[in-house]
Write a new protein. Structure first.
Lengths: 93, 125
């Protein structure tokens, strides 16, 4: 009984997180400017991390934590590198 | 779907509540990213997901695995600390880059460096 509730609620939560990822993807694709796209990418990373945590609860496997950590690390490095590029790319121009 | 068969009802309900609250708050933050008008307004919205949303979902996950395995599972704290430390750094770098771009274009929506400096001088007096 309780596990049925948990499974259903996690399915709903995954749908909500999927919608959140769609919003971030819209910002990533549409823009309008480069900084909006980078912000969308950062949000997409965070939402994907949270989605993977819910997958971990759903399957009951702790394997997903490593994937979540790697996504967090890559998201941080990617956003910092892109922000730096945005700054320096215009200095050179 | 073999996990959590021996989970007590209170743990299942509390996990479900935490995960649902976290997912809802994250969706609200991303909707803000979608709908707010200017870039500087949009920067604020996704931080809902990186603070309350992340903390709530990770707390639900920690509770689930701790009760399920009958031992404390605290990998989540590592993720929470990492995200909490990195989000302000990335967003500050991004906003500084955006401000720099807007200033070099001569945009009227952002204050110029001279305006900031004179405001700081006035505050000091």
């Amino acid at each position: 009984m309780s596990i049925a509730i948990l499974t259903g609620v996690i399915a709903i939560a995954q749908i909500l997180l999927g919608l959140a990822m769609c919003c971030a993807t819209y910002r990533l694709v549409v823009g309008p400017r480069a900084q909006d796209r980078i912000l969308g990418l950062d949000t997409l990373y965070v939402n994907a991390m949270l989605m993977l945590v819910t997958f971990g609860i759903r399957t009951g496997s702790t394997m997903y934590f490593e994937a979540v950590l790697i996504i967090g690390l890559l998201g941080f490095v990617a956003t910092v590198a892109l922000a730096k590029f945005l700054m320096r790319g215009e200095v050179i121009e | 779907m073999s996990a959590g068969e021996n989970l007590p009802v209170w743990a299942a309900l509390l996990t479900a509540l935490l995960v649902l609250v976290g997912a809802t708050v994250t969706l609200i933050g991303s909707l803000g990213l979608l709908r707010l008008r200017t870039f500087y307004a949009r920067v604020h919205a996704p931080t809902l997901g990186t603070t309350v949303g992340m903390a709530s979902i990770l707390a639900g996950s920690a509770l689930f695995f701790s009760v399920n395995d009958a031992r404390p599972v605290i990998h989540e704290i590592l993720i929470a600390v990492f995200v909490t430390l990195t989000t302000p750094v990335t967003l500050m770098l991004l906003v500084r880059a955006a401000l720099y771009r807007d200033r070099t274009e001569g945009s009227r929506d952002v204050p110029t460096a001279e305006m900031v400096e004179s405001a700081l001088l006035r505050a000091k007096e």
